[in-house]
Design a protein around this ligand. Structure first.
Ligand SMILES: Nc1ncnc2c1ncn2[C@@H]1O[C@H](COP(=O)(O)OP(=O)(O)OP(=O)(O)O)[C@@H](O)[C@H]1O
Ligand SMILES: Nc1ccn([C@H]2C[C@H](O)[C@@H](COP(=O)(O)O)O2)c(=O)n1
Length: 215
């Protein structure tokens, strides 16, 4: 059991979780953990090995062989896969199109959730993903569920030239049996559709203060 603080930021694709986590990590001197990168890393390796991401048995067999190492560098989580630091390859169209299938496999989740919880040993953490407030840190009082209009979110992806069907991923992430995307008990809901990055950050900070955050 750690004395450190965990802040959970959950929400659908392109709702602004990473952006908000980055802003709050800088303001509050927190370790920023992007849990999605870990699911993307497993997915990338599965695709590299020519495995069907929907073949759970084959994915699990490959997972056993994967050397996934998580650490902290410059205040944020770093994922190494088989000794190599991951990069932009995790945001490819292929990974975007398969990551939800891989993330729906309970054995994949069990292994990555255990690693995610381990970050709390390093210090106060802000972690973003889909199940942080429901599964990874269910007992933290500091939870925000970030959302935005589907069209706004799709537009945000187009604006950076990323090919990503946010609605398809959201559907898969919300309907899966294990750790579906949902609003965690006690989470404050923040819609970023009408917010700038700055105003969204201020609104989130206000919500966390109302939840008793003293950092
Ligand atoms: N409040 C905002 N207003 C305008 N653009 C935003 C806002 N928040 C984030 N963005 C932009 O939207 C894009 C997606 O943001 P971000 O990567 O933080 O979303 P995300 O929820 O982490 O996505 P995913 O879960 O798919 O990784 C980025 O280009 C980011 O700069
Ligand atoms: N805690 C998490 C984080 C991510 N996932 C899955 C579902 C997402 O579609 C995918 C990519 O995440 P992103 O990089 O878009 O945040 O990974 C999950 O199931 N649980």
């Amino acid at each position: 059991m750690s004395d450190h603080v965990a802040i959970a930021i959950d929400g659908p694709a392109a709702s602004g979780k990473s952006t908000l986590a980055r802003q709050l990590a800088a303001k509050l001197d927190l370790i920023m953990v992007n849990s999605g990168e870990m699911y993307r890393a497993v997915t990338w390796k599965v695709l590299q090995d020519g495995i069907d991401p929907k073949d759970a048995e084959a994915v699990i067999a490959a997972l056993v062989e994967m050397d996934i190492e998580c650490s902290v560098a410059e205040g944020r989580s770093v994922v190494r896969l088989d000794g190599r630091r991951t990069g932009d390859e995790l945001r490819s169209e292929a990974v975007n199109g398969s990551v939800s299938a891989v993330a729906a496999i309970p054995e994949v989740r069990n292994r990555l959730v255990e690693m995610q919880r381990g970050f709390l040993e390093f210090g106060n953490v802000i972690m973003e993903g889909r199940d942080i407030g429901t599964v990874v840190f269910p007992d933290t009082p500091f939870k925000i569920y970030l959302d935005a209009d589907a069209g706004v979110r799709a537009g945000r992806r187009v604006a950076v030239g990323e090919v990503d069907s946010v609605e398809d991923r959201d559907r898969e992430d919300s309907r899966r049996k294990t750790a579906p995307l949902q609003v965690a008990a006690g989470a404050a809901i923040l819609d970023t559709s009408g917010h700038t990055i700055e105003s969204g950050t201020e609104a989130a900070l206000e919500l966390l203060r109302e939840q008793g955050l003293k950092l």
